[in-house]
Design a protein around this ligand. Structure first.
Ligand code: SAH
Length: 354
């Protein structure tokens, strides 16, 4: 039995030709039902003949990730805990923007990078997400927004659980299919792939021209980066910066650098000066993120004054820097927080169902 949302566009074409033995235009029809109209039952595909629907139903189902829990923050952030077919849990978050939503997607169950400040890192790596599990998060998010009569989903960030570049083959399939007009119609230019940065993999993405990266830098020197993200820092900082310099971009496009501010670790004026020396202001912009503190972690959130001073210092150096609002703190919206919370309560009370 196939799960139709596990087939990317090319796989679906092959399935239509070889398994259904139908002409090519059927691919477009089925694709549209799956991704634009978001049906969850083959029976709903009413422009297919009854015998064809029966044949399709005998070969395939449509199975979305299941919502295990929804939490809505006072700031409008909506966080989902999703249960996959094997019972594994992942998170996805809808983030309100002026007139639209942006969705933060997970790419792996857990993460192998073990960054010292990250909840997901602490959980360890379990497995890669499949094509349908990544795309399925978007189906769930869009359906929810539509059901609630809320603003549309227009932007994506691959900033949820996992390291997207370590699930590269699947990520490429997802990024390739996002813009399909009769499908999700989401532009990759309005999406951002957040990564600790692997030069060989950045090169592949750059050559395909299907992604804009955001680099989780978090430290301006190799020595400090190795302390707070030891596995990621196995790629030396100068090598990473060379790969970023070589990343193909349109004239006004910029690479985003994420810089997580950890109190008394990387938030001094000296760190800001070092950061400014590292980044070419014509090609890079900086997103400052105040650490979203969790219990059991050896870090604290920076003082708000410090965050602002850090931002100002970068501007003084001619850099473009923004403080990214930390959202959803009341619903544990930082990477892996909800799942970690879930793990802690697993032995306790049963989950409130969505
Ligand atoms: N592995 C990828 C994408 C997932 S993490 C990456 O590292 O970029 C997405 C972003 O959230 C990263 O910049 C990560 O460093 C940051 N992050 C992790 N834990 C956080 C926390 N507790 N508070 C704020 N940001 C956090």
């Amino acid at each position: 039995m196939h799960n139709l949302i596990e087939l990317n566009k090319t796989d679906l074409e092959a399935f239509v030709a070889e398994d259904l033995r139908e002409p090519r235009y059927r691919t477009e029809q089925i694709w549209q039902w799956l991704w634009q109209k978001r049906v969850r039952d083959v029976e709903a595909m009413t422009n297919l003949s009854r015998p064809l629907r029966e044949k399709l139903a005998s070969l395939a189902t449509i199975a979305w990730p299941e919502i295990a829990r929804v939490a809505t923050s006072s700031d409008g952030t909506i966080k989902f805990l999703l249960r996959l077919h094997d019972g594994k849990l992942i998170e996805t978050v809808l983030i309100p923007m002026a007139d639209r939503y942006s969705q933060c997607l997970s790419t792996q169950v857990g993460c192998a990078m073990a960054c010292t400040f990250c909840n997901t890192g602490k959980l360890g790596f379990e497995r890669n997400l499949t094509y349908g599990e990544i795309m399925g998060q978007i189906l769930v998010g869009r359906q929810y927004l539509e059901d609630q009569g809320m603003a549309p989903l227009k932007n994506l960030v691959f900033m949820g659980m996992g390291e997207p570049l370590l699930n590269l083959d699947t990520l490429i399939k997802v990024l390739t299919d996002l813009p399909c007009e009769r499908g999700l119609s989401l532009s990759w230019r309005r999406s951002m792939v957040s990564t600790v940065g692997f030069p060989d993999k950045l090169k592949i993405l750059g050559e395909l021209e299907i992604a804009l990266p955001a680099i989780s830098l978090h430290a301006p020197t190799q020595e400090l980066r190795a302390r707070i993200m030891p596995k990621a820092a196995k790629v030396p900082l100068d090598e990473l910066m060379r790969a970023i310099d070589a990343y193909p971009m349109r004239p006004r496009e910029r690479i985003t650098f994420e810089y997580l501010l950890l109190k008394d670790v990387n938030d001094s004026m000296e760190h800001a000066d070092q950061l400014a020396r590292l980044i070419d202001r014509k090609r890079g912009k900086i997103n400052l993120i105040a650490y979203n503190a969790t219990e059991d972690m050896p870090y604290e959130a920076p003082d708000p004054d410090r965050v602002e001073a850090f931002e100002k210092r970068l501007w003084d150096h001619g850099l473009t820097a923004f403080i990214r609002r930390s959202m959803g703190a009341d619903i544990k919206a930082a990477c892996g927080q909800l799942k970690a919370d879930q793990a802690r309560s697993e032995t306790g009370d049963p989950l409130p169902e969505a």
